[in-house]
Ligand binder design. Structure first.
Ligand code: G3P
Length: 218
């Protein structure tokens, strides 16, 4: 399974990259706003900076919601850097834009996906990734991980190439549940990735090893 980091924070992206396990980055307008990035030029420069830090795909979201606007913005975003993947919302005009961008060889990530039906249309249109938001489904007492499993099964059955990118991951257990559900990618906050390392027996064991070493070597 691939790991993407879900942030526009350059420090956190660097920290995840330094860990050596990072496969890409996802951003969205809210994450960009959280970092105080505004104005078209600053936003585009920020995407370029992210691409310079990581080796893998970097999702950059369109703001337009009409077909013409989305493809214009998408083509511009894709021209910024070869690692850019254009993020398009799962709406009618978005599906058309995904189809168009795919025909031009531009990678897309269909975002704000909350149902198998949306994921089906995204895959048929040729999306490179589909992003079901599991945390937001959990927020409304609907099992987000179950949706991941449903989409994985559907894509396997019909042999779609679209990768299932589990998004809106809120904690470490979500990551493990996405592994079990067969997600291709999990995009996570840095804390959730680092949380995978936490185990009290590791800490206790390491402390004991070092104490035993020090007894004879100090
Ligand atoms: O990957 C999508 C993500 O940024 C949304 O997360 O926590 O706002 O639902 P959240």
């Amino acid at each position: 399974m691939k790991f993407f980091i879900d942030t526009a924070n350059l420090e956190q992206i660097r920290e995840a990259q330094d860990l050596g396990v990072l496969d890409g980055v996802t951003t969205n307008p809210s994450l960009m706003a959280k970092e105080g990035i505004s104005g078209e030029e600053n936003i585009l420069n920020h995407y370029k900076k992210i691409c310079e830090i990581v080796d893998g795909d970097v999702s950059a979201e369109v703001i337009a919601t009409d077909f013409e606007g989305m493809i214009k913005e998408g083509e511009h975003l894709a021209s910024l850097h070869p690692q850019i993947v254009v993020k398009i919302p799962a709406i009618k005009e978005g599906i058309k834009a995904i189809k168009y961008l795919d025909s031009k060889g531009i990678k897309t990530n269909c975002t704000l996906v909350f149902s198998a039906g949306q994921a089906l249309l995204a895959a048929k249109a040729g999306a490179s990734y589909v992003s079901p938001f599991i945390g937001r489904l959990d927020d409304i007492t609907t099992d987000g991980v179950e949706l991941i499993a449903q989409i994985v099964e559907m894509y396997d059955y019909y042999e779609f190439d679209t990768q299932v990118l589990a998004a809106s991951i809120r904690h470490t257990l979500h990551i493990i549940q996405c592994v079990e559900a067969g997600a291709d990618v999990a995009t996570c906050p840095l804390d959730a990735i680092l949380g995978l390392l936490k185990h009290p027996l590791t800490d206790i064991g390491l402390e004991k090893f070092l104490a035993d070493y020090r007894k004879l070597n100090s």
